[in-house]
Design a protein. Structure first.
Length: 234
């Protein structure tokens, strides 16, 4: 009988995170630790876990809280994790313009979008090291790309630019451990963040990312990709 790999996904209750949970859960090759801040309210995710009770486990995780990360890490400390997907993120509120900036919300956006992924990696690094071929994937955004200067959205853009550098640095730090670290721009997606006018559906984005992750090699560590697997400019 084939041994199943394990993926831990943050922000798995909606949007791309939920679609990735479905793809991995239904693939027949993966166990999914699907995490979100409030599992009791994650109706769709609970339904998926009911559909796939031997494949999908729902766990509480708030990436902005070190205590929350530590609690889950203690709960699954002996479980190997082959893939960690840092998907949880926030848009940063409506006050993100030059003269109308909510600085407290900006700090929270950095906490969730930038510090959260590294906080999560720290919590589950020992689990990743139990895997023969571990990977860390962070869902970033082209809105953080220095190559695409645009106005507004200071909090969100800066949090994504920062997490890009965090993950690029992490890739170097984990080089000796042979852990592949990669970033993905998910596309302009029809989610609560992207809005109804966006280019692609969460299903399309997740399918592309799912496929691209399966093709990641150690030589790709530290790279920034589009959802379809093409290299994205920094």
């Amino acid at each position: 009988m084939m041994s199943l790999k394990t993926v831990l996904i943050t922000g798995a209750n909606r949007g791309i995170g939920f679609q990735l949970s479905k793809l991995y859960g239904r693939s027949g090759e993966w166990n999914v630790v699907a995490t979100c801040r409030a599992p009791a309210e994650a109706t769709d995710l609970k339904s998926l876990a009911k559909e796939l009770p031997d494949r999908v486990t729902v766990k509480a995780l708030d990436v902005s809280s070190g205590v929350s990360v530590s609690n889950l890490a203690s709960d699954i400390e002996n479980q190997s994790i082959d893939l960690l997907i840092n998907n949880a993120g926030i848009m940063g509120g409506t006050q993100q313009s030059l003269m109308d900036m909510d600085f407290d919300q900006w700090a929270e956006t950095i906490n969730v979008n930038t510090m959260g992924p590294l906080r999560t990696v720290q919590g589950f690094l020992s689990n990743l090291k139990q895997s023969p071929h571990p990977k860390i994937v962070t869902i970033s955004s082209q809105m953080g790309a220095m190559s695409l200067p645009e106005p507004g959205r200071y909090a969100y853009r800066s949090s994504k630019s920062a997490v890009n550098k965090v993950m690029q640095t992490l890739a170097k730090d984990l080089e000796a451990d042979k852990i592949c670290v990669a970033l993905f721009h998910p596309g302009w997606v029809q989610t609560d963040m992207g809005g109804e006018q966006a280019d692609i559906s969460p299903e399309q984005s997740a399918k592309g990312i799912f496929s691209a992750i399966s093709n990641l090699k150690l030589k790709d560590s530290g790279c920034f990709f589009n959802w379809n697997g093409d290299i994205h400019s920094w």
